[in-house]
Design a protein. Structure first.
Length: 168
């Protein structure tokens, strides 16, 4: 069985129509509003909320474009040690629950400030290429009866000079 790649996208892109595979081992995926197909995500964000029980841990991350819940039902230790305010990179499967889409966490990496800036740059670069590949010139969002074209999904972060050869 082929494993789908974890695509680097801003959280604001994780909206659209969820498609469940027809057969038992078919991949579930999200068809985004810009026409892309994604089953696994590689995202980053600041932890803004955390909830844990004995068998389950959920965090909410915010990347300045949107928020999403990240959950783990097995191997809960990977999220249990995280704290509010930390910046993390998450890799996981897109799932649909009662309250909308969430990421079923497969892996997590704590990011330093430099790591966060690099993640912003990488995701922005990948997303621009991904939009072109999907023949979409812009991301469209509804805003009080009009369509707007965001020039940037990371606001002030786009203006930062980010070095890509950071050594930790």
């Amino acid at each position: 069985m082929k494993r789908e790649p974890a695509l680097m996208l801003p959280l604001s892109e994780l909206k659209g129509e969820y498609v469940k595979g027809k057969e038992e081992f078919d991949t579930n995926y999200l068809i985004t509003n810009t026409g892309g197909k994604i089953s696994r995500a590689n995202v980053w964000g600041n932890i803004v909320k955390k909830y844990e029980t004995e068998n389950f841990v959920s965090i909410t991350i915010d990347d300045f474009s949107d928020t999403i819940d990240v959950m783990v039902f097995e191997n809960i230790e990977i999220l249990k040690t995280l704290k509010l305010g930390q910046v993390v990179r998450i890799i996981g499967k897109i799932r649909q629950g009662k309250n909308g889409f969430f990421i079923l966490c497969e892996g997590v990496q704590k990011l330093s400030f430099e790591g966060e800036m690099l993640a912003r740059a990488q995701i922005k670069e990948f997303f621009e290429k991904w939009k072109k590949k999907n023949n979409k010139n812009s991301v469209q969002e509804e805003s009080i009866g009009e369509t707007k074209k965001p020039e940037s999904f990371f606001t002030e972060a786009d203006k930062l000079d980010i070095k890509t050869n950071i050594i930790e």
